[in-house]
Design a protein around this ligand. Structure first.
Ligand code: NAP
Length: 302
């Protein structure tokens, strides 16, 4: 076993949609993992630089997932400063989770490159798991998904594929300097994705196209914080304009296999019970509903 195999990997956002999966995979490989988040030990907070150095102590590689979003201006300074500190702390490898076709995200990528670390960038499409582990879970459970997403198709990526690529880049040679565009294998509109979930669950789930202003006003009225409303409006109006409406080859280049598809994600997730709305007494496994209660989407619950 080499030195790096026994040294710790810090997984930022290690309780989130991708970080949790990265941490699970590394642990299964027998690699020591430290979860970097506000609930981690030691605590890691992007807003509190004093927490960064203790989290980096004796760490060889870091999975960097910025919060709330890699495309916001604050991410440039934070990701750049963090990457520099990591290199000074003798971290060798950084794997940065980024977004596709987002100029703001590319500025943060550039800041990380400036650190001189062995860097792999994962430019990811919209996650399929937003429908089951984040702000679209509530609408799916309520039976109506109302979004200002228009008719533009998106190649939703499975967070399990992101984690597979991240772990390859964290643990194996040959990925430093690569920029992988990670998408799924199907182009679907948000209406199409909702239809896949309806089919997989056997439930009626309506998709409603709403104007962006109406969407923002409804989110604000539901108590969603102003910054989150602004971020979602930016993502739906500017990023979802057709620039990303194509399948990319990042998963194949990194792993030598095709990406998972949305239909399979919908089928597996439906089988897990996360989208189940039947009263608990009627379900085979009551534990599934507790899993729903456990997910606390940070931005928006419809
Ligand atoms: N969602 C998408 O479709 C998508 C697509 C492309 C790129 N991305 C990028 O993915 C990144 C993660 O976003 P996500 O929505 O998927 O979130 P997420 O990783 O599912 O969840 C948030 C994670 O960040 C941690 N966290 C929250 N506030 C924090 C803070 N102040 N300091 C440190 N850690 C904090 C949370 O743990 P604690 O609560 O314990 O702190 C949790 O582990 C963003 O940079 C986003 O731009 C997302």
């Amino acid at each position: 076993m080499t030195h790096t195999q026994t040294q710790t990997t810090l997984v930022l956002g290690g309780t989130g949609k991708t970080g949790r999966r990265v941490a699970q995979r590394l642990t299964a490989l027998g690699r020591p993992v430290r979860v970097g988040s506000r609930s981690g030990r030691p605590r890691f907070d992007w807003q509190d630089q004093a927490t960064w150095a203790p989290a980096l102590d004796d760490v060889a590689a870091v999975y960097v997932s910025y919060y709330p979003d890699i495309s916001i201006p604050d991410a440039v300074e934070a990701v750049g400063s963090f990457a520099e500190l990591a290199v000074r702390s003798e971290v060798r490898r950084l794997v940065l989770l980024s977004g596709r076709g987002e100029p703001g995200a590319e500025l943060a990528e550039q800041a990380a490159r400036g650190s001189g670390a062995e860097l792999t960038i994962l430019r990811s499409a919209w996650f399929a798991q937003n429908f089951s582990e984040d702000y679209l879970l509530g609408p799916v459970l309520a039976g109506e998904v109302a979004l200002p997403a228009g008719e533009v198709p998106e190649p939703f990526v499975d967070a399990d594929d992101i984690a597979d690529v991240a772990v390859a880049a964290l643990t194996r040679d040959g990925h430093a300097g690569q920029v992988y565009e990670l998408t799924g294998s199907q182009l679907l509109t948000f209406a199409g994705a909702t239809g896949e979930i309806a089919r997989a669950t056997g439930r009626q789930i309506r998709y409603l196209s709403v104007p962006i202003d109406e969407y923002a006003a409804a989110a604000a009225a539901q108590g969603v914080p102003a910054e989150a409303v602004e971020l979602l409006s930016y993502l739906f109006s500017e990023v979802l304009d057709g620039r990303n409406a194509r399948i990319a080859d990042g998963v194949r280049r990194a792993l030598g296999r095709e990406p998972r598809d949305f239909t399979g994600y919908a089928r597996r997730t439906a089988a897990s019970g996360v989208w189940d709305t039947r009263p608990s007494g009627l379900r085979a496994d009551d534990g599934d509903q507790r899993a729903v209660g456990h997910v606390t989407p940070d931005l928006l619950r419809g």
